[in-house]
Design a protein around this ligand. Structure first.
Ligand code: SAM
Length: 311
């Protein structure tokens, strides 16, 4: 955008949590260039998005308009563009790009209790099962039958690094177990992984076989709110059901040890997240960290809240 618009645009993009920290804002001639985070690109319709090639030795400026439009899970690309023609065009270019993509699907939304993607085939093979590598761990999954988001890779690693040997952990909404597998790979912890989707439990068990684990994972098929009642109190609880985590707070409160840690994920506007944090403080938690994992919609973000039970 032009220099006159730069300050206002920077503020708008900051409010949307869309500015990437990987590269610097810079100006050239009469224009200012602002690096944006990948998953914001499809939402920034009124902005001019440009691809900027990196200079040798500099950090890479990525083709934002393209990269933010799809998720890569194993050798499957999942395109989030609503416009089918544009999605097919991107799909074909991904197949040609020699990046290892063999199948391309269009994602038209996450649905239901199991949070699965509604997928329409676009190009390449009509496969939905793949092996995905994240933080050097391997996961096998069917992208049409279970929830999995590669955008949480850094977040999962951050949580795993805070775990100590010997901890008892409950992952209430574990999916195929990416938090647990990372933790158990690096720590002698015991993790009970609950999920109500039988396919998630199946792929969790298969993924456990693909990794060398120091810790112990116990997959449990069922509703977290009832399974958790029969479990011993935990040192740490992970609650990754971002639209509904707050509804399960009471169950987590009863299952966490004094001074135990809870990692809760919530999607909302800055105002609603503040309100949730107030509820968490009133429930006896001290917030130890709050960070934005990624933008979700123009006004909402996925936020990670780590907190300790203090009374
Ligand atoms: N934590 C996982 C991850 O990082 O990939 C998956 C999180 S996904 C957003 C939420 C998961 O919770 C889904 O796999 C869904 O099947 C499961 N789920 C939804 N409601 C549940 C409930 N009441 N009890 C147990 N699992 C539930």
């Amino acid at each position: 955008m032009t220099k006159e618009r730069a300050q206002a645009t920077l503020q708008e993009l900051r409010n949307l949590h869309c500015i990437s920290m990987d590269s610097r804002v810079f100006s050239s001639g009469e224009f200012v260039y602002i690096p944006i985070v990948d998953d914001c690109a499809p939402r920034l319709e009124g902005y001019d998005l440009v691809e900027i090639k990196p200079r040798a030795g500099t950090k890479q400026y990525l083709p934002q308009a393209i990269r933010g439009s799809y998720d890569r899970i194993g050798d499957i690309a999942i395109i989030k563009l609503r416009n089918r023609e544009r999605a097919i065009e991107l799909g074909k270019s991904l197949l040609k790009s020699k990046s290892g993509v063999t199948a391309v699907w269009q994602d038209t939304g996450i649905q239901g209790e199991f949070r699965t993607r509604k997928l329409t085939w676009l190009a390449g093979e009509e496969k939905t099962v793949t092996i995905h590598t994240e933080n050097q761990a391997k996961f096998i999954l069917d992208v049409s039958k279970v929830y999995f988001s590669p955008r949480l890779a850094t977040e999962r690693m951050k949580v795993a690094r805070t775990v100590q040997d010997g901890e008892q952990i409950i992952d209430m909404f574990a999916g195929i177990g990416p938090f647990a597998i990372l933790i158990a790979r690096d720590r002698k912890a015991e993790i009970t992984c609950i999920d109500s989707n039988p396919d998630a439990i199946f792929y969790m068990k298969e993924s456990m076989k693909l990794n060398k684990l120091k810790g112990k994972i116990t997959p449990v098929l069922g509703q977290a709110e009832s399974v958790i009642r029969d479990l011993p109190k935990a040192d740490r609880i992970i609650m990754n059901l971002p639209h509904d985590s707050m509804k399960f707070l009471g169950h987590a409160l009863r299952a966490i040890k004094d001074s135990g840690t809870v990692h809760l994920y919530s999607i909302g506007s800055p105002k609603s997240i503040e309100e949730n944090m107030e509820i968490l403080r009133d429930s006896g938690f001290t917030i130890i960290d709050k960070r934005i994992v990624h933008g979700y919609s123009p006004l909402e973000s996925l936020v990670s809240i780590s907190m300790r039970k203090t009374f």
